[in-house]
Write a protein that binds this ligand. Structure first.
Ligand code: 9MG
Length: 355
């Protein structure tokens, strides 16, 4: 192996019986221990400023005697344990409930406590394994919200969801809100700042046992879309998430309690978002479940001409399928029923079975 850090982007995916047979015959490897297999990979060597790529088959990868590559391969192929008690054997849905007057897609629709509880219950009944409750809009240009205001928006909703069949996630950057949410029954802390905005979130997650979603963002919501710049967005986002996973482990949060998210739309141009979507399989090298939130985001309108966020559902479903195709385990969506149908038809078509 030459100098430089290694990254591995699995490609050449197989599904269903051909995947099982190819793994059995040593011609393919399992992607994150799931039912998708990959027959080759792009081996990337270097760093975000200078990298080289070459194509390897699964067979040659297994034969290379290099400790760093072996460790990367182990992370890419290892089965993922359940996240917040949820099996990741097939993609699961995180339904979105914004208890905010100003979120980009549904802001203002569910800002009453009762409305938000009803919406969350509906998403759960439509098949959301997780419902993500947020009281601060993080759309581009949004102003931060004081923590008292955020608490007063989300805590009554969380309390009203006691006994929900879905796992409840709190979408917050604040430790006070995360702690109150854990007390009110939340099991996941979804932090778009990857526990950096308020570092006390690290201790709260360690102490309360909240599982965490670490999302990459460049900059603050208010200004993040002004001029996002990267040398290599895919490798930089990977390195950042790797560092945040390490920080969590140091703080006492086990790797099995962490999911990672490349943060589509958070300090990214259309080209950055598309590069991330096309390279999602590389993030399996983090050795944790991947979460992707493309739903109704501006870049979907950029590709598909949907100016009104609510008219971006077909594009959102396409992005969810593109993610699932690369083994992404958790999809954050507004339209749970529609996404579920799209994913079930995709899965049945690719695996050749209804189950
Ligand atoms: C809160 N929020 C808005 N967009 C998101 C995304 O893409 N991922 C995660 N984890 N949270 C998000």
């Amino acid at each position: 192996m030459a100098d430089g850090k290694l990254y591995l982007r699995p490609i050449g995916f197989l599904y269903g019986p051909p995947a099982d047979a190819a793994v059995e015959d040593g011609l393919a490897l399992p992607l994150a221990g799931g039912p998708i297999a990959f027959t080759s990979a792009v081996l990337i060597e270097g760093d975000p400023t200078n990298s080289r790529r070459r194509l390897c088959t699964a067979q040659t990868l297994k034969e290379v005697r290099d400790a760093e590559l072996a460790a990367m391969l182990a992370r890419v192929t290892a089965p993922r344990p359940p996240f917040a008690g949820l099996s990741l054997a097939r993609p699961i849905l995180m339904g979105i409930v914004n208890v905010t007057p100003d979120s980009f897609s549904d802001g203002g629709l569910y800002d009453e406590t009762e409305g938000a509880i009803t919406q969350a219950a509906e998403l759960a009944s439509e098949g959301a394994a997780i419902v993500d409750i947020g009281g601060e809009s993080t759309r581009p240009g949004a102003d931060p919200v004081e923590h008292d205001e955020e608490l007063s928006r989300v805590v009554p909703v969380l309390e009203g969801l006691a006994g929900s069949p879905a796992v409840i996630s709190i979408d917050t950057r604040k430790s006070t809100v995360a702690r109150a949410a854990a007390k009110a029954g939340a099991k996941i802390l979804n932090d778009v700042s990857a526990l950096t905005y308020d570092p006390a979130c690290l201790d709260v997650a360690a102490e309360t046992g909240l599982d965490v979603v670490l999302m990459h963002a460049q900059g603050e919501p208010k200004t993040m879309q002004d001029n996002p710049t990267y040398n290599d967005v895919v490798l930089e986002v990977f390195d950042y998430l790797e560092g945040r996973i390490e920080a969590c482990e140091k703080a006492g949060i086990a790797r099995s309690r962490i999911a990672a998210d490349p943060g589509l739309g958070f300090g990214k141009t259309l080209a950055h978002n598309l590069a991330l979507l096309a390279n999602l399989s590389l993030f399996h090298g983090l050795g944790v479940p991947i979460l992707v939130g493309a739903s109704r985001k501006r870049f979907i309108g950029g590709v598909g001409q949907g100016r009104d966020p609510r008219l971006r559902e077909p594009g959102s479903h396409a992005a969810a399928i593109a993610s699932a195709t690369q083994g992404v385990q958790i999809l954050r969506v507004h339209d749970v029923a529609g996404s579920r149908q799209a994913l079930e038809v995709w899965r049945a078509s690719m695996f050749g079975t209804e189950n």
